[in-house]
Design a binder for this molecule. Sequence first.
Ligand code: ADP
Length: 491
Amino acid sequence: MRSFKVCLVSAEVVPYAKTGGLADVAQGLARSLARAGHDIRVVMPMYRRVREAGHALEPVPGLQDVAFQIGGRRLYFSVSSTRLPGSTATVYFVRCPELYDRAGIYTQDPDEHLRFAALCVASVRLCQQLGWAPDVFHCNDWHTGLLPLYLWTHFAWDALFQRSRVVMTIHNIGYQGVVGADKVGELGLENERNLLHQGDLKAGQINLLKTGLLYANAITTVSKTYAAEILEPELGMGLETTLRQRKSDLFGIVNGVDYEDWSPATDVHLAHHYSPANMRGKALCKQALLQRMGLAPDLEAPLVGIVSRLTIQKGFDLLPDILPVLLRKHNLRLAVLGSGEERYESYFAWLQRTFPGRVAYDRGYKEPLSHQIEAGSDMFLMPSRFEPCGLNQMYSLKYGTPPIVRRTGGLADTVEQWEPTTRQGTGFFFGEFQAEALMNTVDFAVSQFRDAAGWKQLVANGMAKDFSWDRQGELYVQLYDRVCPPAPPIR
Ligand code: ADP
C-alpha cells in the first residue's frame, strides 16, 4: 500500500483538548497512521488550556503572524508545533488569541462559526506556507465542514492542492453547526452563495456539516450500523436526504481503541494492574474504587459504572423509573462520573443522597477516575438513545467489565450478546428504548454475575477482543487509496 500525506483537522485531540470521543479518535488515528509510515500532520486550535498547559511547543518558521481574511475580517495566526506523544506525527497549533484564547473549547459566543471557519482556512494556509500538499485533508465534524468548499473555491488557483482530496468523518450528527444565512458574508462565502444548500438558504440558515457532506470526496462515520442509521429520518437529524444522495461515498469505520492508554496491564491511572492471565488486580481496583468514591466496601455486590457526558443522547432518561427499584431489588453499587445537563446532574446527586454508600456521583471531568471506574466496576452501563460508535464499551471490554448497552450504532457493532448456554458473547443488550427493557437486561446481567464460572468466561471473551487502531487505521488507508488519484509515476 502506498504511503499517504494526511492533514487531519480536528477541534479536539488527546492530550491537549477533549470533551468526548473525537479527541481520542484524532489521537489514535494519527498515531496508527504514523506507525504505518504515513506522513500525518494534525491541526487544531491553540485554546487557552493548551497555551496554559506548558506543552513544549516550537514556533514554526514562516508561520508567524500570517495575515488572513475571512469575509470582511482580517485576522492573524501563528503556528507552533510538537510531536504527538508516543508518535512521530506532528501536531500544529493554530494560535489566534482573538478566536481561541477563551475559557472553553466550545463556546456559546456569537462568533463560534468563525472560530472554526478560521481553523479550516488556517489549515489550508499552513499547508501552503509549508509547501506541503496533503493527499488527504481528513476533516472531522461540523467544525471542519467548510474546509472542502474553501479548498475547491478560494484555493482552487493553487496547483499545490491539485491532487488533494477531502474525507469528512461524522463523529456525531447531533452537532451540525447551523448559523443564520446572514453569516454568508462573514464566512467569506458571498461569491459561493450558489454553492451552499439552496433550501437551507431559503429557510434562512447555513449548515456547516451539511456543506462538508456536499463537497467532501468521501464521507465516513464511526460504525457500520450508524452509517445505515443516519440515512433514516430518526437518526439522520435532517441530513438523511443529503446523505442518501451521497450514499455510494459513505462508509462506516468503527473507531479503534488506543491500547497504549487503555490497557489494564499498563494503565498509568491504576494502582493495581491485571491481565487475562492474572485477574487479581481487578478485585484490588474494585476495592480502591469503592473506597475512592465513598461506597460501602462489599466486594460481592455487583458494581455498575457510568462515565459519560450527561446529555439526552446518552439515554439516562430511562434511569429514574428503574434505578430505585433495581437498587432495592439487588445489592447493587453504582459509580457515576459525568457532567452535562443540569437535570441529569441533579438526578444523580439526588440518587447519591437517597442511597448513601450505594450510589456515588462525581460531577467532574476526570481522566484518571474514568480509567478507575472502567477497571474497578463489574459492569458498565451505556443505555444510549443513539451512539455513533462509543468508546467506553470497548474500553470496558478490555478492562473485564462487561457492558450493558442499547442495541444501536457502534454499540451494536462492538458488543455481542452473552449466551449462557453456549458461553459466547461479551455483554448485554436491550433493544427498545424503554425502561422495562433496560430493567430486564440489568436483572439478567446481575443473575449472570452470580454464576462465577460463567462470568469469568464472559469477562475473558470481552478482554480477548481487539479493536486496536492498527486494524481500524488500515481501513482509513484503504479509503484514502480509493479516493486519491493513483500515485504519480516516479521520474
Ligand atoms: P462521546 O464522544 O459521545 O462523548 P464516546 O464514548 O465516543 O462518547 O467517548 C467518550 C470519551 O470521553 C471517553 O474516552 C470517556 O472516557 C470520556 N469521558 C466522558 N465523560 C467523562 C468524564 N466526566 N470524565 C472523564 N472522561 C470522560
